[in-house]
Design a protein around this ligand. Structure first.
Ligand SMILES: [Zn+2]
Length: 282
């Protein structure tokens, strides 16, 4: 597994928190007919013909700052994920990163598999897992997910446990689109999967790159940007964001980091062969 790359002066490290258990293709992509998966069985599905996504996340080193993009599913065990457990902190250590080394945590969005290590509980009290970090949360996601009826939904326990406490701990900054983290790392609003979803964009020494969050769940969506995951809150808007990002990445020769692609193919480029777009692993 290639777990580091560079985009200009920015170092990009990938870290695996855990794997999701397999899900049926028509559960994950409810509008895609089963037979459309046939050509992709080998490259995209597990041995049971199901979708088992890794929860990878990325850390950037830019201008002396260590920037974590999302925090995975969390320690667990997670009843919604076959009681699996997350391993982020140990995996960060393999890269020589301790929790106190992280300067910024930026969230692409506020779903459960992206916020789980934000805070850790000791004697029932939350404390910031990354004690020196500012936690950046896109405004439109904060506004949407903290609506009382949304926050109260059973499936949103992760918001109550791992997102809302950030405010009381005084470690959170709400950010608007186009936020500048360092002069070479900024955010781009890519709504659809969630209202405030952002990509983290890198521009350094003439090289551009993007950490794409859940604009893409699988590399098959490079060929089929109209395949929308059931978990996308606004599918047409999400598809539009995906198509725009594809166009831009092709034009700029961007390096893309995609946290739900396979562990061996999460760094790549969008290339065009005979008029069709493909994912080319770095
Ligand atoms: Zn996700």
């Amino acid at each position: 597994m290639q777990d580091t790359t560079t985009m200009g002066n920015v170092e990009v490290l990938s870290v695996l928190d855990m794997y999701s258990p397999g899900r049926a293709v028509d559960f994950f992509f409810p509008d895609v007919p089963r037979e459309s998966w046939e050509p992709y069985r080998e490259s995209q599905l597990d041995e049971n013909g199901e979708i088992a996504l890794p929860y990878l996340l990325f850390a950037l080193r830019s201008q002396g700052q260590t920037i974590m993009i999302d925090t995975g599913m969390g320690p667990g065990p997670h009843p919604s994920r076959a009681n699996r457990t997350g391993d982020l902190i140990n995996q960060l250590k393999r890269h020589g990163i301790g929790p106190e080394d992280v300067d910024v945590v930026v969230h692409t969005h506020l779903h459960a598999d992206h916020v789980g290590w934000n805070v850790t509980y000791e004697n029932g009290q939350p404390k910031a897992t990354f004690p020196k970090a500012r936690y950046l949360v896109p405004r439109a996601d904060w506004d949407y997910f903290t609506q009382p009826d949304v926050l109260a939904e059973e499936r949103n326990q992760h918001l109550r446990d791992y997102v809302v406490p950030l405010e009381g701990l005084g470690v959170m900054d709400i950010i608007d689109p186009g936020h500048v983290i360092t002069s070479e790392v900024t955010t781009l609003h890519t709504p659809g999967h969630t209202p405030g979803h952002i990509c983290v964009m890198i521009n350094s020494q003439g090289q551009s790159g993007a950490v794409v969050g859940d604009v893409f769940h699988m590399s098959v969506q490079i060929e089929h940007p109209d395949w929308c995951a059931g978990v996308d809150l606004d599918k047409p808007t999400g598809q539009h964001s995906r198509e725009q990002l594809l166009e831009r990445s092709e034009r700029e020769g961007m390096v893309i980091a995609a946290g739900h692609f396979g562990v061996d193919d999460h760094f790549g480029r969008v290339v065009r062969v005979e008029g069709k777009r493909y994912w080319q692993v770095l």
